[in-house]
Design a protein around this ligand. Structure first.
Ligand SMILES: Cc1ncc(COP(=O)(O)O)c(C=O)c1O
Length: 620
């Protein structure tokens, strides 16, 4: 289930039975601790990951409006008819504000944090939280049948199979909310005091509404002075005790990312970021960094001859670090550009006044190495480096590293390879290929989180680059390397948690093995492209040049086709696709990298077919 980010609190009522303890304020402003109970509830919601809280106010609304001024994530909606209407009318008033699944709460509740977790982690998209019997008076009983609710009532005689008591916190999907709004519209005339519990009862005959049961949560609804005393003396202290020792648990919904990175990650990689706070200057953290550097080199078979230099950056940071740090001022790089990332290397050189000679062809075309050689011969004394993108993610083409490497060694040039979206997805042997610098990042085929860019450098070349005048400070490759090797730490503040995730991702790579990962990706590619062809799609790049990690697909010409609509249709079903980028024809792109499987690809193809059929799109 997707984590809930929005909560709606029903707070319009007058709470007349509590006048003695809360003066003329709304019930939520009752105090048991230092803050009013509504603010305690808000703090718990925030702790649980809610980022948008809508309070429906009415009676003395200015109190809640003041909270909206105090907290940027709180807003209010007024129910002007609060005195004559029930809670469903208040809920109805929020219809312009609700855009996804929500938590629905009442304002006069005190509760332990765990009850929010139960609903966040519920396996149901609609779930009413119920507890064992409290005997507190004024309870709403919930009748159930199996795992669904049947009715809600204050009259226990109306309940056939008692599931428990309504706590007053529910998980409501957007779909259910819309249905409630539609149904309630017709009810308000006949039943102005229609409550949301009535509406749930009415709807649960026609659709499944589930529940989560907790036998004895610490919670209470405070409606009158007896409730208040009980809360103050017993329940509130119990809540405090339980909340002090609660451990946070979060289920994560699985989504299938088919965009070219950041790629989908395993839950174990996600959870690896949840670590004790640690100062990155501690020896223990230094060990983590050392191990990561060693194993990144190992992935590309660099042995003892290579060093990995890490940066807190995206992949472009690694490109910038390398290009600005290794090309001498009186020499030039030959940049091979058959996509946006070849062009990006040109842009970096332009930005720093680094000389470069460009081989530029249409994005989607393969490199003609005879032409490249001719350029090298023509500029023999100027060129010191060749820079190439291995897997040009713009179009999904795989540039031939062996061919570039042969030219580099023939003409004694150093070889710079952008392996952003091939590192760990396609086997690379930096020693055999004579690669001097290879750049990648933590969030593509290595399946970690975004935030670390790295350059794997031939040590001898890197040491030699130390004599060059630095063009920059943060991204100077040699200086960062010196710091790492002398102090065993990254020079500047590292992205601590991202590195823990990267450690986990590297371990998972070695468990899967180099061959296993490459095979999984290749199999997904086969399933994907076979399915696309069957549907009638055509590819931008000739198949023999495909990197098999990303495919650029020519957009249908049918008038009913619209990329954004297709994206949104698939996104709602858990699949993220990606637009094309500057190729010679209009394309959209699908990557098969990350922690996904052939089953995901098959499900994706079914959904894609669903989109085409629904919109009657013909592929000629
Ligand atoms: C081949 C290639 N190079 C460079 C980059 C830039 O990486 P980032 O967006 O992490 O800066 C990308 C990003 O997709 C890429 O695919």
């Amino acid at each position: 289930m997707r984590n809930l980010r929005q909560a709606v609190i029903l707070a319009a009522g007058t709470g007349s039975r509590l006048r003695g303890v809360v003066d003329d304020k709304p019930k939520g402003f009752l105090k048991l601790g230092e803050k009013p109970i509504i603010e305690e509830s808000i703090a718990k919601l925030v702790r649980s990951g809610v980022t948008d809280i809508v309070i429906i106010n009415g009676y003395r609304h200015e109190y809640y409006d003041a909270l909206a001024k105090k907290y940027p994530f709180v807003s209010t909606v007024k129910n002007p008819d609060f005195a004559e209407t029930g809670s469903m009318y208040s809920f109805f008033m929020a219809r312009e504000r609700i855009y996804g699944d929500i938590l629905l709460l009442e304002s006069d509740l005190i509760y332990e944090y765990n009850v929010l977790q139960a609903l966040h982690n519920s396996i149901y998209s609609d779930s009413i939280l119920i507890s064992g019997r409290t005997g507190l008076g004024d309870e709403v009983y919930v009748g159930v049948d199996g795992d669904t609710i049947v009715n809600l009532s204050k009259d226990i005689k109306k309940i056939k199979h008692l599931g428990g008591e309504l706590v007053g916190i529910s998980r409501i999907s957007l779909d259910l909310y819309r249905e409630m709004v539609g149904h309630a519209k017709d009810m308000f005339d006949r039943h102005p005091r229609y409550d949301y519990e009535d509406c749930l009862t009415d709807l649960c005959n026609s659709r499944s509404i589930n529940y989560d049961f907790i036998e004895k949560p610490a919670w209470m609804e405070i409606d009158d002075e007896d409730h208040y005393k009980n809360a103050r003396d017993i329940v509130y202290p119990l809540i405090g005790e339980r909340d002090r020792t609660v451990s946070i648990k979060k289920n994560i919904e699985r989504t299938v990312l088919l965009n070219p990175g950041p790629a989908a990650t395993t839950d174990s990689v996600k959870y690896a970021m949840v670590v004790e706070d640690i100062c990155p200057r501690e020896q223990e953290f230094g060990e983590l960094v050392r191990g990561i550097r060693r194993d990144l080199v190992r992935i590309v078979h660099g042995g003892e001859l290579y060093e990995a230099v890490l940066f807190a950056s995206s992949g472009t940071g690694a490109l910038e670090a390398c290009l600005t740090s290794v090309i001498p001022g009186d020499r030039a790089a030959l940049i091979l550009n058959n996509g946006a990332y070849g062009e990006r290397m040109q842009q970096i050189c332009d930005g720093f006044g680094i000389r470069h000679i460009d081989y530029v062809i249409d994005w989607g075309e393969s490199i003609d190495f005879k032409e490249v050689e001719a350029i090298i011969i023509e500029n023999k004394d100027l060129i010191s480096h060749i820079a190439v993108v291995h897997h040009e993610t713009t179009v999904g083409i795989l540039n031939d590293l062996t061919a570039v490497s042969n030219l580099a060694s023939k003409y004694h040039l150093e070889l710079i390879v952008d392996a952003m979206s091939s590192f760990a997805g396609i086997p690379i042997d930096v020693k055999n290929l004579g690669i001097h610098y290879l750049m990648s990042s933590s969030n593509k085929c290595i399946q970690g989180m975004a935030g670390v860019g790295f350059v794997i450098c031939n040590r001898e070349s890197l040491e030699k680059s130390g004599v060059l005048k630095p063009r920059n400070f943060y991204f100077n490759l040699y200086q960062n390397y010196r710091f790492l090797s002398e102090k065993g730490e990254m020079q500047f503040t590292p992205p601590v948690q991202i590195l823990y995730a990267l450690r986990q991702a590297i371990n998972e790579y070695f468990i899967e093995t180099e061959e296993g990962r490459a095979d999984r990706y290749a199999q997904m590619y086969r399933v994907l492209t076979a399915g696309l062809k069957k549907l009638g799609f055509k590819f931008l790049v000739e198949e023999k040049f495909h990197a098999k990690i990303l495919t650029a697909i020519i957009e249908p010409r049918d008038k009913n086709y619209d990329f954004t609509e297709m994206h949104d249709f698939l996104y709602r079903r858990g699949f993220t696709i990606y637009p094309g980028k500057g190729a010679k024809e209009d394309t959209f792109r699908l990557a098969n990298m990350g922690a996904i499987s052939c089953d995901d690809i098959e499900r994706f193809l079914e959904n894609l077919q669903g989109y085409l059929t629904l919109n009657n799109i013909k592929l000629s």
